[in-house]
Design a binder for this molecule. Structure first.
Ligand code: CTP
Length: 404
């Protein structure tokens, strides 16, 4: 799969921290995803975890010294540096961060990092006082200026029983930063506004009108856009999903809240992808207190919500801004899609067939048709993640004409 770690040469630098054991899990995951992983360990790292652990996980000896001829070639720091698709230094101790910040090449890891031109991702892990010390902060700032990617540590209780910021981050975040470094950044410079999930329209504090949207497609789009280098804002209705790493999420509940959020953000966006399933109607009255059945009528009067996408299509002036709609249909997919494309003044619409059990609401997969002014393209049945990438491939190739 083009959008994964498969075939990538990842050099993982392990330094002296109790969190080193966690990185064994990361190395195992990378190896399972068919990355070619090389592990370089500092001397202190080897006091926390044995090189053998990493050799077993990667299938190649862990690199521990500049001068161990039996283990590697005399030029292993140059070979590793040149071969690397990316460097991941985790856990990164205060000492290694200081070495890297000042170009002190006195062990295999610091020498190799100095010799590489591959992207470098640094995950600090240390006692909170050490982390917050001006010396460490200044060193991290220098690394940022070199273009290194720093993944800030988490806060919580440390192994040393101190509490604060210094815990090694979770793999889920690191993976996103690494992928963004490794993948083709064909969405760099784009500010993409994505809407996801359902909206909820309250009848009273206990009841609402909504729909079956889980938000999975919109969240997959947000994650894919971040990985391809975009700045992403996600306007999300209520979902059970975690905000993807690197994405700014604005939570909304009702269609009118989504309308306000989208209109406020649209001017600053280069692209809007409206994958949310907006409730077309809301109850005419929303009661402050729960309605007792004795007092309730037999029908619920509803009023129309604003059509957010229609309004955007009407207001759009900048021809460089791309507006993408979604349509959930249960028949005449292409005809219905074309009508909405024109009526809402869209550049592209992605239509899915919600009558199919493996496409549309709640499920992990989709089978979409993309329609623009030039024609239509049937995408293959695929995971929502792959579908998201196929939508961006299409946009880059056909609307931005930046793809190849
Ligand atoms: N949409 C919107 N605001 C609404 C309703 C829909 O912005 N009040 C957007 C959706 O986010 C989606 C597109 O319009 O991108 C199409 O949504 P859909 O519900 O399929 O279309 P409708 O215009 O509501 O038409 P209908 O439900 O009658 O098929």
């Amino acid at each position: 799969m083009e959008y994964s770690f498969a075939g990538k040469r990842i050099v993982v630098g392990i330094t002296g921290s109790i969190a080193a054991f966690k990185v064994a899990g990361w190395v195992s995951t990378l190896a399972k995803e068919e990355a070619r992983v090389a592990v370089v360990m500092t001397e202190s790292a080897q006091k926390f975890i044995a090189p053998l652990t990493f050799s077993a996980l990667t299938g190649e000896p862990a690199y521990t010294s500049m001068f161990n001829q039996a283990q590697s070639s005399p030029m292993s720091h140059i070979d590793l540096a040149q071969d690397a698709s990316a460097f991941l230094i985790a856990p990164a101790s205060a000492r290694t961060i200081a070495r890297l910040a000042h170009g002190i090449a006195d062990d295999l890891l610091s020498t190799t990092v100095l010799a590489t031109r591959a992207p470098v991702v640094v995950c600090p892990a240390m006692n909170p006082k050490m982390y917050l010390h001006q010396a460490t902060q200044d060193n991290l700032e220098r690394l940022r200026q070199f273009g290194y990617h720093i993944v800030d540590p988490d806060s919580g209780l440390m192994a040393c029983k101190d509490e604060g910021q210094g815990r090694l981050v979770e793999w889920e975040s690191v993976q996103e930063v690494l992928l963004r470094c490794l993948l083709k950044n064909d969405l760099q410079g784009e500010r993409i506004l994505i809407t996801a999930g359902p909206t909820r329209e309250a009848l009273d504090p206990a009841r609402f009108i909504s729909n079956r949207s889980s938000g999975k497609m919109g969240y997959a789009l947000a994650r894919a856009a971040y990985r391809r280098g975009a700045d992403v804002v996600l306007v999300s209705g209520p979902t059970a999903l975690q905000c993807p790493f690197g994405v700014k999420r604005i939570d909304v509940v009702t269609a009118r809240e989504m309308y306000d959020a989208v209109l406020a953000e649209f001017n600053n966006a280069t692209m809007l992808i409206k994958s949310a399933a907006v409730s077309d109607f809301r109850p005419a009255v929303s009661f402050e207190h729960k309605v007792k059945k004795e007092n309730a009528g037999e029908t619920i009067e509803v009023v129309r919500n604003p059509d957010i996408l229609y309004e955007i299509g009407r207001l759009k002036r900048d021809p460089e801004q791309i507006v993408v709609g979604f349509a959930a249909e249960s028949g005449n997919l292409i005809e219905e899609g074309k009508i909405k494309l024109q009526r809402k003044n869209l550049d592209l619409i992605a239509v899915n067939d919600i009558t199919s059990a493996d496409s549309g609401f709640e499920v992990e997969t989709n089978k979409m048709i993309l329609i623009d002014a030039e024609g239509s393209k049937q995408l293959p049945w695929a995971s929502k993640t792959d579908t998201a990438h196929m939508i961006f491939d299409y946009i880059c190739q056909n609307l931005r004409k930046t793809g190849n």
